[in-house]
Ligand binder design. Sequence first.
Ligand SMILES: Cc1cc2nc3c(=O)[nH]c(=O)nc-3n(C[C@H](O)[C@H](O)[C@H](O)COP(=O)(O)OP(=O)(O)OC[C@H]3O[C@@H](n4cnc5c(N)ncnc54)[C@H](O)[C@@H]3O)c2cc1C
Length: 390
Amino acid sequence: MSEPERLDIALVGGGLANGLIAWRLSQLRPELRFRLIEAGPEVGGNHTWSFHEGDLTSPEHAWMAPFVTYRWSDNEVRFPNRRKRLGTGYCSVSSERFRELLTARLGERILCGSPVRGVTPTSVLLDDGTEIEAGCVVDGRGHAPSRHMRLGFQKFLGQEIEMAEPHGVDRPVIMDATVPQSDGYRFVYLLPLTATRLLIEDTYYADGADLDRARLTASIRQYMTDHGWEAQTIVREEEGILPIAIDGDIEAFWDEKAGVPASGLAAGLFHPTTGYSLPDAVKLADRLAGLPDLHAEAVYAETRAHSVSTWKERGFFRMLNRLLYFAGDASQRYRILEHFYRLDAPLVARFYAARLKTRDKLRILTGKPPVPFGNAIRVLARHRLTGDLA
Ligand SMILES: Cc1cc2nc3c(=O)[nH]c(=O)nc-3n(C[C@H](O)[C@H](O)[C@H](O)COP(=O)(O)OP(=O)(O)OC[C@H]3O[C@@H](n4cnc5c(N)ncnc54)[C@H](O)[C@@H]3O)c2cc1C
């Protein structure tokens, strides 16, 4: 029998977070032996990963530049009583570009079609019985439900549509909430990829995680009709059910990992309110590639400490989510967002980047509340949830 393969790092799950870690390791630590182990036929899945320009620092933008497939200098939001251009940049990474770059750079270090059955801090067991040993394993297999996290869901169906005529959308529409409200807070998200190609996502901040594809497909068709658009081809589809953090015990979440380092959603690293995880993945990739000691204990300590401190800094967002999900009738959720977007663009950018200052938090909470405050406090108490402003 052949000896098990011995690596410095085994990255389990070839998605966004581990893909970026692999990229950064190959740039900054070319001497390391690592592999990116993916269950599916290729790395990167089927996504359009977007982020706001202000989410990344200049050095982060510089190394992410090859991945950026689309870039816009503005974006807007639409509500029944507010339409606003933010005037800030927005970028998207397609899975295809991500895959092309990783494949060209990493070559045989990528192992696809290799579902992992089990991991320890220093070993990986593939479904076919192959064992891989490593100085450390990083679990980046995406979101897995945990009894230590209470979540709401942002679910959506997206269709990339080639139109018969130019669609006339000049900039990304992050939320068009002028649509009929149903199943929680509903909005349509638009990315103008070319003059005739549009990504249209029908999105719901819902209580449940079930996604009714037929209903969402019909809603997109209706939205197109309402805008006078005619589809020539549906080029591709993507769907997502993203976690929105309501409450949780992050230390208990990590205790269950039995010493296995983690990345991405598996590490609880996502923006509690938007569900975006790309900026966190970029930061973690830099952090890990810069670690002098890449043995399992050190990497576990680093990923855990980073995730715990990030989670703790974001208590304010979870409190806002609790108000969003529990303080009023679900059909009125859009009012909380409409009220939020009265704020100026730099504050909104800090909100997206999860870098709010104390005075931003106070400003978010001032003004005539869109849901009665007494009601909000009663509802939080009924759900045994706190209203901390941490
Ligand atoms: C359609 C969609 C669009 C999104 N859009 C955005 C966006 O615009 N901006 C943003 O920031 N976030 C977005 N997100 C949210 C989030 O950033 C993504 O879910 C992101 O891909 C999470 O990164 P990850 O590395 O944690 O997990 P993933 O990228 O999901 O990667 C996990 C990988 O692990 C693999 N895997 C799972 N189990 C095993 C196993 N047993 N063995 C081996 N491999 C395994 C999976 O096949 C997958 O490739 C989107 C999510 C979806 C689903």
